[in-house]
Design a protein around this ligand. Structure first.
Ligand code: PMP
Length: 431
């Protein structure tokens, strides 16, 4: 299949490849798993991305999660412009930071106190340090195929681009940095029980995506999440929900609100920054009060609580609270998942769906996907043909089998139906 990429994107990628590793500033953008040249983006509006060749695409990555209100939302852009015109960084506290902190604490059940940082990676890195400092323990449990940013201790059996590009364990992570990380299979309560028996009193934290987006969309079962809550409580370990993807997406209060299971700490990113670089971590007050300068666990940031990022995040959360899109996203997610499922069935393509709310994955795998071992059996080559077929139809899906798609409140029912029709055409062609 020839890859339908405009000449300007091709030239831009050649230039970028001489300047930046792989031509990009983050690996998931490089189309590495599907081969070929990434689209270079000129601008975006609502559900659409426009590339520098003037082509329009219906966007299903939404900047990999943040753009739940669609691109260039007028109120968010106004707030950014207003904030920027008052100065872009002070290195001193603002009232706007307290406003965003109140919005986060109000929304997320587990968060009594919060700290703002600059990315999801910073949020998980800091949460792990705080959990270790607060418990005086070293070991952490993570689950294979879950991705928590490029933190050394968490870049072990990682999902997302690390899985896509075949480096779940990156060179450069020392045995020391990864040595206290215990990797277990997702959705396997028995493995968790056994780990807590083996390492009783030594585990500082269990960190997980309560619904995984980073091996494709794989929901945690209630049995699994309940087991984690019980085991961590009994052992005195800190349960951390990494809601960088799911926070403010699967419900206003994230997966923890949706499932009714409250962790001790939560990490946030993406939507909380409204498309600007902002993350957050928070949790029980007795834990968060140990963070410096209230306590002794060190964590800091020159640009943390940046006024422009805070304005974008705060405005996004206000809109999500005032006009919750969640019922609509739920309905459209079901429509899209059902439509893709029907299209794959009609084409005779072995597949299974992963779907929660506005996170959806069509797995090229005949069997259900509950963990990384299941996801790893997907037909990557078929996925690549599906991806490029959809690009040809003006639909921009995540460029890896191991990433969930996201859509926004600006994706209309007609957009969703148009996507299903495009998928029907493409799947028939590649079958
Ligand atoms: N945690 C999860 C669940 C994520 O999906 C990501 C990024 N995709 C991160 C952490 C890291 O966030 P960032 O890329 O902002 O550092």
């Amino acid at each position: 299949m020839t890859h339908d990429i405009g000449p300007k994107s091709v030239a831009a990628f050649q230039r970028a490849s001489k300047l930046m590793p792989g031509g990009v500033n983050s690996p998931a953008r490089a189309f590495g798993a599907v081969g070929g040249t990434p689209l270079f983006i000129d601008h975006a509006e609502g559900p659409y991305l426009f590339d520098i060749d003037g082509r329009r695409y219906l966007d299903y990555i939404g900047s990999w999660g943040p753009m739940i209100l669609g691109h260039a939302n007028g109120e968010v852009i106004d707030a950014i412009v207003r904030a920027a015109s008052r100065g872009t960084s002070y290195g001193a506290p603002t009232e706007a930071e307290s406003m965003l902190a109140e919005q986060i604490i109000d929304a997320v059940p587990s968060i009594e106190k919060v700290r703002l940082v600059n990315s999801g990676t910073e949020a998980t890195m800091s949460a792990i340090r705080v959990a270790r400092g607060a418990t005086g323990r070293n070991k952490i449990i993570k689950f294979s195929g879950n991705y928590h940013g490029h933190v050394d201790s968490l870049l072990v059996a990682a999902g997302s681009a690390a899985a896509t590009l075949g480096v779940p364990d990156s060179p450069g992570v020392t045995p020391g940095a990864g040595g206290d990380t215990i990797v277990l299979a997702y959705n396997d309560p028995q493995g968790v029980v056994e780990a807590f028996q083996k390492y009783a009193g030594q585990i500082a934290a269990v960190i997980l995506e309560p619904v995984v987006g980073n091996m494709g969309c794989v929901p945690g079962t209630i049995e699994f999440l309940t087991c984690l809550r019980e085991q961590t409580t009994a052992d005195g370990a800190v349960l951390i929900f990494d809601e960088v993807m799911t926070g403010f997406r699967l419900a206003f209060g994230g997966a923890q609100e949706r499932f009714g299971i409250t962790p001790d700490m939560t990490t946030l990113g993406k939507i909380v920054g409204g498309g600007m670089p902002l993350g957050a971590y928070g949790g029980r007050a007795d834990i968060m009060n140990q963070v410096i300068p209230a306590g002794k666990i060190f964590q800091a940031g020159t640009l943390s609580g940046n006024p422009v990022a805070v304005a974008a995040g705060s405005t996004t959360l206000r809109i999500l609270k005032e006009k919750p899109p969640y019922e609509y996203l739920e309905k459209m997610g079901q429509r899209l998942a059902d439509g893709l499922d029907r299209a794959a069935t009609a084409a005779g393509i072995p597949h299974t769906m992963g779907h929660v709310g506005s996170m959806v994955t069509l797995f090229f795998n005949p069997d259900p996907v509950h963990c990384w071992a299941d996801a790893d059996r997907c037909d990557r080559e078929a996925f690549g043909r599906y991806f490029w077929g959809l690009i040809g139809e003006g639909v921009y899906m995540p460029c890896s089998q191991f990433e969930s798609l996201f859509f926004s409140s600006t994706h209309t029912e007609a957009n969703i139906d148009q996507t299903i029709a495009a998928a029907e055409k493409v799947l028939k062609k590649i079958a």
